[in-house]
Every structure is written in structure tokens, then in C-alpha cells.
Design a protein around this ligand. Structure first.
Ligand SMILES: Nc1ncnc2c1ncn2[C@@H]1O[C@H](COP(=O)(O)OP(=O)(O)OP(=O)(O)O)[C@@H](O)[C@H]1O
Ligand SMILES: NC(=O)c1ccc[n+]([C@@H]2O[C@H](COP(=O)(O)O)[C@@H](O)[C@H]2O)c1
Length: 173
């Protein structure tokens, strides 16, 4: 079996990590879609697709040390401005997959309408494990590092990502 899991990963956090751990407990291979790949340098989407690939790749590496070696494909996917065509677009850009994991209502709806099996997971500590909350903490100078896997902290530090977000938000001038 091969699963598909998509997110914007702005940034990849411990909630995503728990979802992935659950996927690995049920399915051998995973295709991870980096959604809204065209977006970067905004408050909602501060990181580029390439930077998000790095975050996911490093975090997955850490997870594999725990669950064993797995095949993972990380594919940036741009949005298309027609929801009715989106699943075909995703399918055309990714290796074949049999099951979709998502907690996003639109993603669930579109894949179910296209005939895919979709599995939801629990929401893990959703109060804190949430991209919006992590970006808020970065902007406000609060502690965010405990909400993401350690390798993601290193990627964000390596690109001076917090400074970028604060600049974009206008809090650094
Ligand atoms: N804490 C969590 N527990 C379980 N699933 C989660 C959690 N956070 C996000 N997800 C799921 O991961 C997928 C990708 O989420 P996404 O990248 O939008 O993260 P997010 O934290 O919801 O980000 P944002 O707050 O920036 O919208 C979605 O299916 C989402 O429901
Ligand atoms: N029409 C479209 O392009 C379309 C439709 C549904 C989801 N998506 C993308 O899938 C991703 C879903 O991930 P989130 O759960 O992080 O929102 C987002 O990047 C979203 O833009 C795109």
C-alpha cells in the first residue's frame, strides 16, 4: 500500500509528525505533498517549497530511525484554481497511491468524490501543534521550538526563517 498525505507544512510540526507515525504503522510507503508550493514570503506561507522539502525530509529521516527504513516521496504541488480538477492534478504529479490521509475537510471531500479511500487521524494537541500558532509565536518572539521536530528547528535556523517571518509581519523594524 502507498499513502498520500498533503499539507502546506508552514512549518512541519509535531502534529504532522504524529500523523506520519500513524500512517507508517498502517502503510509501507508514503507520498508527501507539499501543498501551495507556489507560495512563500507571506505570513501564512513564509517558507518556500524547497525549504519545506528540507524540513519534511530531515524530520522523516529522524522518524525512520525510530520506525525503520521506508520509501517516502516528497512532491511539491502548486494549487490549481479549480477544485474540481485538483485531484487529477495531484494524481498526474505523484507516484500511484491507494489511500489518502487527511484531516482537511476540502481535501477529504475532493478525494472521496474522486473515489479514493480517505482516512482521518486523531488531532494531536491541536491547540499548540498548529502552523498558525507556531507562526504567531515566531512573530511574537515566544518559544516555538518545542512544537516541531528538532531537525526542523535546524532548517529554520539555517535559513534565518524567524527573522524572515518577523520582517514580513513588520515586527522587526
Ligand atoms: N495537530 C494535528 N494533529 C493531526 N493532524 C494535523 C494536526 N495539524 C495539522 N494536521 C493535519 O495535517 C494536514 C496538513 O496540515 P497543515 O499543513 O495545514 O497544518 P496546520 O497546522 O493546519 O497549518 P495552518 O495552521 O498553517 O493552516 C491537514 O490534514 C491537517 O488537518
Ligand atoms: N484547488 C486546489 O488547488 C486545492 C484544493 C484543495 C487543497 N489544496 C491544497 O492542499 C493543501 C492542503 O493542505 P492544508 O491541510 O495544509 O490546507 C493546501 O496547500 C491547499 O492549497 C489545493
Amino acid at each position: 500500500m502507498r499513502a498520500f498525505f498533503i499539507g502546506r507544512f508552514q512549518p512541519y510540526h509535531l502534529g504532522h509528525h504524529e500523523v506520519l507515525r500513524e500512517i507508517f504503522s498502517e502503510v509501507e510507503e508514503v507520498v508527501i505533498g507539499i501543498g501551495s508550493a507556489q507560495e512563500s514570503h507571506t505570513i501564512e506561507n513564509p517558507f518556500t517549497a524547497g525549504e519545506r522539502v528540507m524540513m519534511v525530509d530531515r524530520a522523516v529521516g529522524e522518524l525512520m530511525a525510530e520506525v525503520g527504513e521506508r520509501k517516502v516521496y516528497i512532491i511539491p504541488l502548486e494549487d490549481v484554481y479549480r477544485n474540481s480538477l485538483w485531484v487529477s492534478h495531484v494524481v498526474s504529479m505523484t507516484p500511484y497511491f491507494n489511500v489518502v490521509y487527511s484531516n482537511n475537510p476540502l481535501v477529504i471531500r475532493l478525494f472521496r468524490e474522486a473515489g479514493f479511500e480517505v482516512r482521518k487521524t486523531k488531532l494531536f494537541n491541536r491547540v499548540s501543534y498548529q502552523g498558525t500558532e507556531i507562526r504567531r509565536r515566531m512573530i511574537c518572539g515566544e518559544r516555538w521550538e518545542d512544537l516541531v521536530p528538532r531537525p526542523v528547528v535546524e532548517v529554520i535556523e539555517g535559513i534565518d526563517g524567524v527573522k524572515r517571518l518577523r520582517d514580513i509581519a513588520g515586527t522587526d523594524v
